[in-house]
Design a protein. Structure first.
Length: 233
């Protein structure tokens, strides 16, 4: 089981991951490795890398002052370790990183009213009581109607918490989204259930809005197609 809590602007963080790491990644992390080992080997650890480089610099300086070849050699070994570790991160992407990127892609697509990208991330058995979707077949129409009606302009994920379940192929996430729309800014809270489909990517199988602003909302409440209609009416 792996739990990730992240506060801040998820799109900017995930886009950085994409541009710096995922865009260069040629391999997925081996499925047999435990998640915590994958996180250590293949995810970004800037603070660790900077600390190791600083330690290497100090060791080399001491070696030069004391004319110790061993210390200088150890300093170079630390530098080589950081470079190798960084290179490994650049070519391997973990399930947790792909899940983060998937959330960013869906949020950005909704803000751009890019229905095709949203549907791309839906599982074949996708359901969402909040969107009145009981099967994927009608998901596209229901999502398009709400995006158009509410005039969605931009989505920013301000809070993200994910739990990858034992087995590593299923995940549950809770996100908070700030939406700029034709009716003004709206903050909503969502529960999403994902599955990492073989030879594909993470796909959403269940989505429910569980809160608006500070008010909790039942998972079975349907988001109305008209902004003038209150939820639960």
């Amino acid at each position: 089981m792996h739990l990730l809590l992240l506060s801040g602007s998820l799109p900017s963080i995930a886009e950085t991951t994409t541009s710096v790491g995922a865009a260069l990644a040629a391999f997925r992390a081996p499925a047999g490795l435990p998640l915590h080992i994958q996180a250590i080997l293949f995810e970004k650890h800037w603070s660790w890398w900077i600390a190791l480089l600083a330690a290497a610099l100090v060791v080399r300086m001491i070696g030069r002052v004391q004319q110790s070849r061993l210390a200088v050699r150890v300093g170079w070994i630390l530098v080589a370790m950081v470079i190798a570790w960084f290179a490994l991160d650049m070519v391997v992407i973990t399930p947790r990183e792909r899940l983060l990127i998937a959330h960013s892609a869906v949020a950005k697509a909704a803000g751009n009213q890019d229905i095709a990208t949203i549907v791309h991330y839906l599982g074949k058995d996708f359901q969402s009581p909040s969107l009145d979707v009981l099967k994927t077949a009608n998901a596209e129409a229901e999502i398009r109607d709400r995006l158009n009606t509410y005039g969605i302009k931009k989505n920013t994920i301000t809070h993200y918490a994910s739990e990858i379940l034992p087995g590593g192929t299923q995940a549950v996430t809770h996100i908070t989204v700030r939406t700029e729309s034709a009716v003004g800014p709206v903050v909503t809270h969502w529960k999403l259930e994902w599955e990492d489909e073989p030879d594909s990517d993470w796909r959403i199988h269940y989505a429910a809005m569980i809160g608006i602003g500070d008010q909790p909302v039942g998972e079975m409440q349907v988001i109305p197609k008209s902004p003038n209609e209150a939820i639960g009416r």
